[in-house]
Design a protein. Sequence first.
Length: 266
Amino acid sequence: MLTSIPELPLSGRTAIVTAAGAGIGRAIALEWAAQGGIVVAADLHADSAEATARSIRQARGESVWATVDVTAPDAMSQAVAAALDSYGRVDALFNVAGASLPRRVDEMDDTDWYRMIDINLTSVYRCSKAVIPELRRAGGGSIVNVSSTAGLLAENRCAAYSAAKGGVLLLTKNMAMDYAADSIRVNAICPGSTMTPRIREYLDRVPGHDSMIDGLCPMKRFAEPAEIARPAVFLASDAASYITGAVLAVDGGLTAGKHFAIFEDA
Ligand SMILES: NC(=O)c1ccc[n+]([C@@H]2O[C@H](COP(=O)([O-])OP(=O)(O)OC[C@H]3O[C@@H](n4cnc5c(N)ncnc54)[C@H](O)[C@@H]3O)[C@@H](O)[C@H]2O)c1
């Protein structure tokens, strides 16, 4: 007897994912596709964007790729064109691209400051602005902004990064209010320390640093990128249909409270 294959929850939904070439962005792209969604993998580096799209297609998913520099004035033009040319619509945007800079205020010049604000905060404004008309045209949709635990709690020597990631959270809430009437939901996630290739490379270079996570995070481990991707995709899915303006910490308890090792033996 023939049985029909149940439709996956995101079948036919097209998402643009920035920074899809590596780390958290790549994991979000793979998770969206695993749930049946179509992915426009957008990255500064064409080869890594293409590699993500290829991985999705090899797993029988649907994906195209685009070169996107989220700091460029027309950052999203290629990605939006790729989505419309191939699939005729955009249903979701994941603003993932960002970068950090370990500098105190007196260690930065204006160029450093504006670069951090641009890549982490202005990029969310810029990419969202380009995609909102398409979400409206599709009858609604979802934006998920990737902030950081550094946007919830100050992180030493990350002045501009923390300021920008904190800004992303209020921008998220503002957009949630402004576009609810268009059925566009806007949410943010705040990942804790996540074992992306960039972090792995850093830990290999600075021996001993990986054990610092034990003192910082109650779960005493880094997140895997897929553990950030699953809640990000949940926020963009219909399972989160009444969630907008929310900030979800995905951090193994890192921001749950102060961690006083001193009381552990008392
Ligand atoms: N990894 C972590 O521990 C962690 C923790 C909290 C928040 N975050 C945030 O998550 C996001 C992703 O971090 P990650 O560590 O997975 O990324 P990453 O730094 O490893 O970079 C991932 C991808 O971003 C692309 N990229 C860099 N600049 C770009 C630009 N201007 N335009 C488009 N793409 C660009 C790179 O080519 C790369 O493929 C960032 O916003 C970061 O601040 C990461």
